[in-house]
Design a protein around this ligand. Structure first.
Ligand code: MN
Length: 256
């Protein structure tokens, strides 16, 4: 297959390098990734600045294209301009840090995968549950096997797989769970500081609470040393509430 590989930690991140190495064993992989780290930019796109593209070498060989933009920009540009014909699959990662629960909304890694599905290309986002220099190889090897399954089964339209892998050795990973998105979220704290000119400024420095252990959520799979796979989509409609909202009697705008 032809795979578009991207991330939100930037083209020089270790996670994308290790995943590139694994996926290149079976596939034709094209890397298009942000030039600098774009974690937590969500699904932002760049409209007021140009998208500059540079060819990047790693280990003295061509590695891919660095884009001065967001992860969603990278996927749009790759599919519309840099890769012709378009790729068969978008893979985003391996992100440093889990993308579970509410945090999925802020994730550039997940948004890159979502952008793939919006443009009609199936996609997988992969993250590892630590921020400290992990061994990315177990997650990369798992992704390689998962890509084979995606090729075999296909994915429904507008659906991507959000994969989170525990940061432990392969022998300690207890299995794979298909999960739903939970409600784990970053809990904000703001460090109030004073700059050399005596102006007050704030530095957001929240933390992730411990992962919940019960239930069928993404975070509980990680808490139980399992790989989590959640099928996700961009549609934010609350279908359960749709009919009930239609039964409201709305005022005519002219009455208000
Ligand atoms: Mn990141």
């Amino acid at each position: 297959m032809r795979i578009l590989l991207t991330n939100d930690d930037g083209i020089y991140a270790k996670g994308i390098e290790v995943l590139h190495e694994q996926l290149s064993k079976d596939h034709d992989v094209v890397v298009v990734a942000p030039e600098t780290e774009q974690s937590a930019v969500g699904h932002a796109i760049t409209l007021t600045d140009p998208l500059r593209v540079k060819s990047i070498n790693r280990n003295e060989t061509f590695f891919g294209y660095a884009v001065k933009g967001t992860p969603a920009d990278c996927v749009k540009l790759a599919i519309n301009e840099l890769m012709k014909p378009p790729p068969d699959l978008v893979v985003s990662g391996i992100n440093l840090g889990a993308n579970v629960g509410i945090n999925v909304i802020y994730s550039g890694t997940v948004s890159a995968a979502t952008e793939g599905t919006i443009l009609g290309v199936p996609a997988i986002a992969v993250s590892i549950n630590t921020f400290r220099d992990p061994d990315f190889r177990p997650a990369a090897r798992f992704t390689r096997l998962l890509v084979r399954q995606v090729r075999e089964h296909g994915l429904p339209p507008y659906t991507s797989l959000n994969v989170n892998v525990p940061a432990i050795s392969e022998s300690k990973i207890r299995g794979v769970r298909v999960t739903r998105q939970g409600v784990t979220r970053f809990v904000e704290k703001f460090d109030r500081r004073i700059d050399p000119r005596e102006n007050v400024y704030y530095w957001q420095c929240g933390s992730n609470p411990p992962l919940e252990e019960d239930g069928d959520t993404d975070a509980s799979a990680l808490a139980n040393d399992c790989i989590s796979i959640t099928p996700i989509q961009h549609d934010l409609t609350n279908y359960d509430f749709l009919e009930s909202l239609r039964s409201w009697s709305f005022p005519k705008v002219s009455d208000s």
